[in-house]
Design a protein around this ligand. Structure first.
Ligand code: T3D
Length: 256
């Protein structure tokens, strides 16, 4: 039984809520463990939605939980706890939506940026807070951030460690969408439902292709596309998609 997250699964949507609202969902060891387990379990759904309880999304490392760690302890925490948590998002065969309901700071910001689609409520902000306490962005931030926003904005965000508003984050391409607070829940629900009805196998393949895109030369990327497209082209979902187009109706994808 998870202590620090709640999980609800309905209609193919696995909704995971970080649940330490009294500390803005700071990541202590237990939350990292529970989140990683919940994310891996969510792989068998059709979409995962990650959000936070209370007024914040996630305030990053619990700063009362890292005291006393020496150099080896820091490295072990990152390798043994943060890396599996981030990989449980990036390697998920289903889309992962970050529903950023409030401030996302430190590793909490990068937890959101690990996700495939980031939808933020308009009053949310993203803070690469690390430099404030003498650290560098982690939890994948040095990879996700420059890829999303370019080197200058990544440098500015990391060096200055100032809040980037949801609207600014959308304008920079750091996130998919900033939504007025009153429409946030509806927009997240609609997108989750849309993706849960989608061609899950094709989503897994496109995640694989796009997530590796910056590390591959064109030749290798073209070859990967051919391989993945061959699998998609042989799928029941592709046949259904074409049939639905010809019959002028909405497709009924099964993920097969
Ligand atoms: O291996 C390792 O350990 C290294 C890994 C590092 C990864 C990291 O994430 S480093 C970065 C850690 N995070 C931060 O530095 C952010 C710290 N928090 C803040 O800057 C602010 O709290 C926020 C900007 C997130 C929110 O500000 P605000 O004014 O809306 O709320 P608040 O009053 O500051 O916070 C509310 C409560 O949450 C407060 O507790 P209190 O006073 O009501 O008892 C605050 O202490 C607590 N809280 C917020 N963030 C954390 C936290 N407690 C522990 N750890 C936190 N990260």
């Amino acid at each position: 039984m998870a202590e620090f997250v709640t999980v609800e699964t309905e209609s193919g949507i696995c909704r995971i809520t970080l649940n330490r609202p009294e500390v803005m969902n700071a990541l202590n060891r237990g939350l990292r463990r529970d989140l990683t387990v919940a994310l891996r379990a969510g792989w068998s759904s059709r979409v995962i939605v990650l959000t936070g309880a209370g007024r914040g999304f996630c305030s990053g490392q619990d700063l009362t939980d890292a005291e006393g760690l020496d150099e080896a302890g820091f490295e072990a925490t990152l390798n043994d706890e943060y890396v599996p948590m981030i990989r449980a998002i990036t390697d998920a065969p289903v889309p992962v939506i970050a529903a950023v309901n409030g401030v996302a700071a430190g590793a909490g910001a990068n937890l959101a940026l690990a996700c495939d689609l980031v939808i933020a409520t308009g009053s949310a902000s993203f803070i690469q807070a690390f430099a404030r306490i003498g650290l560098i962005p982690d939890a994948g931030g040095t990879s996700f951030l420059p890829r999303r926003v370019g080197l200058q904005r990544a440098m500015g965000a990391a060096l200055l460690a100032e809040p980037v508003s949801a609207g600014q984050a959308e304008a920079w391409g750091m996130i998919w969408q900033a939504v007025p607070d009153e429409r946030f829940a509806d927009v997240v629900a609609a997108r989750a439902s849309q993706l849960a009805r989608g061609p899950t196998g094709a989503f897994a393949a496109l995640k694989q292709a796009l997530r590796g895109a910056f590390d591959q030369p064109l030749e290798a990327q073209l070859a990967l596309e051919a391989r993945l497209q061959a699998v998609c082209g042989a799928s029941a979902d592709f046949r259904e998609g074409v049939a639905a187009f010809q019959e002028k109706r909405a497709p009924r994808f099964t993920g097969q």
